[in-house]
Design a protein around this ligand. Structure first.
Ligand code: AHR
Length: 491
């Protein structure tokens, strides 16, 4: 099969905001406890953080990590997780039917974030709580004043404010499963009032309002309209979440989910602009895709498992090669929509639907999805160019036309061209012709490929069979059947 990818130097989408390569850590399963934090582990540092996990996280170059939830945040009392560890209460977590020990809280997490060179994206509880607790939390984290919560932070050993710049107004408040789920009206009101007090305390912050938990939520569209009608003047972003899975063992249709993500982004951005027009506003509200990933094998496990354990094995999706292909496609979707998507969080980072796995008291290892995420984060920086693809296509189950080639083109600040592309054909290699206008004399100098003959191939703690390799540069660019590729061109 032949494909042509065309682009032009002057035809740009936008500069990529590096925060699209963010991630997420929730108090859920073994993400925090026995994930980032395991004081008895042989690699534990002075604060009980696993150094092996810190190293693997640093390799990913994650710009921002959302915390502490997720569904967990809607029942969380942040004050439980500060101060003397021996006095912190153990509590029932109703989001994941687990026991939360509170041995890690915001003090420890912001310290871990520093150690992995990332920023915290903080979510506040708008389930069981509201503006009062949120304003106290931001005073604790960001205030320089001689006032109660800022002084409490100092008393806990942190003279300097944490300076957290990005705040989420609750989590998935449109979902029936959320602790204290709300209607769009109820949420729109509480989000607005919370936004006001947070920005009064720290005007330098940016705020994310909850959009829909999935594109197939029955309220999708109306939820955004109502919430934005209330919050438009006070927030900077609206969130999107999506998780896909190959539930029907139909890989072609599974790889076409990237088009669903494209569509979800486009519709949400259009709704933001509809409200902008309605309000005759000069301000643009952008998108925070703050939960996205593959998640389906472990979706129903909470129905059968034991309740009220601490750090249970939960949502430990074991990713295979085709999952890495879809994750690669989802990153391409974020890159191609960088004019509207300014934040993205791969959900999640450690153990829970995650690229990094740990064994209690044992090794840390990389899942298949680690690699497309790492390579996009390391090399997918610069300006996305508008590109067009000519190649054969197939039909998704919705009847959409799905071109076999799915790609993004990035012009880096060091004047290189990076193409990320997936050949979605399950049985045919692809010969790729690149037609680049305005880049005379540019040549392909590196071709990195992620490929396995077996779509179900997985990495384990003992063997890493799915990992990138370099292809030899030849006259023609060949993209193997069902492969993810990164092509680098320079003059
Ligand atoms: O990431 C796992 C869960 O998925 C989060 O807690 C929630 O926000 C979403 O439903």
């Amino acid at each position: 099969m032949k494909a042509t990818l065309s682009f032009n130097k002057n035809n740009i989408v936008d500069k990529i905001d590096r925060r699209i390569y963010g991630s997420f850590i929730e108090h859920l399963g073994r993400a925090v406890y026995n994930g980032i934090y395991e004081p008895t582990h042989p690699t534990a540092d002075d604060m009980g953080f696993r150094s092996d996990v810190i190293e693997l996280t640093k390799e990913l170059n994650v710009p921002v990590v959302r915390y502490p939830g997720g569904n967990f945040v809607s029942g969380y009392n942040w004050e439980d997780g500060i101060g003397d560890k021996s006095k912190r209460p153990k509590k029932l977590d109703l989001a994941w039917f687990s026991v939360e020990t509170n041995q890690v809280g915001i003090d420890e997490f912001q310290e871990w974030a520093k150690r992995v060179n990332t920023e915290v994206m903080m979510a506040v509880n708008l389930g069981t709580r509201g503006p009062d607790e949120a304003r106290n939390l931001i005073e604790y984290c960001n205030a320089k004043t001689d006032t109660y919560y800022a002084n409490l932070r100092r008393a806990n050993g942190f003279e300097k404010p944490f300076g957290i710049k990005l705040w989420c107004l609750g989590n998935e408040m449109d979902g029936w499963w959320q602790i204290c789920h709300k209607t769009a009206e109820e949420y729109g009101r509480i989000a607005t009032e919370t936004a006001k007090v947070l920005k009064w305390i720290d005007p330098s912050i940016e705020l994310v309002a909850c959009g829909s938990s999935a594109s197939n939520m029955p309220t999708f569209g109306e939820w955004e309209r109502t919430v934005l009608d209330h919050t438009y003047d006070y927030v900077d972003y609206v969130s999107l979440h999506c998780y896909y899975g190959n539930n029907d063992n139909d890989t072609a249709n599974y790889l076409a989910r990237a088009e669903d993500m494209d569509r979800f982004i486009k519709i949400t951005a259009d709704i933001c602009d509809e409200i902008k027009a309605k309000k005759n506003s000069d301000k643009t509200v952008n998108l925070s895709f703050d939960e996205w990933n593959v998640w389906y094998r472990t979706k129903d496990e909470e129905k059968t498992r034991e309740r009220w354990e601490t750090a249970p094995h939960l949502l430990e999706e074991h990713y295979n090669f085709e999952d890495a292909l879809l994750v690669g496609c989802m990153l391409i979707s974020l890159q191609n929509h960088c004019d509207r998507v300014k934040i993205g969080c791969l959900a999640q980072l450690i153990n829970v639907i995650a690229p990094i796995m740990t064994e209690n008291n044992g090794v840390a290892w990389k899942q298949t999805i680690y690699y497309p995420y790492m390579l996009a984060s390391l090399f997918g920086n610069g300006t996305t160019l508008k590109s067009s693809v000519k190649c054969p296509s197939y039909k998704s189950n919705e009847g959409w036309d799905i071109p076999y080639l799915y790609s993004s083109v990035i012009h880096t600040d060091s004047d290189e061209i990076i193409v990320f592309c997936v050949n979605r054909s399950l049985d045919g290699d692809m010969e790729l012709d690149v037609d680049m206008s305005g880049f005379d004399g540019y040549k392909l100098y590196e071709h990195t490929e992620l490929y396995s003959d077996n779509l179900d191939e997985k990495n384990t703690k003992d063997s890493e069979s799915v990992k990138p390799s370099k292809r030899e540069i030849a006259d023609k660019i060949l993209l193997k059947k069902h492969s993810w590729n990164m092509l680098k061109f320079k003059k």
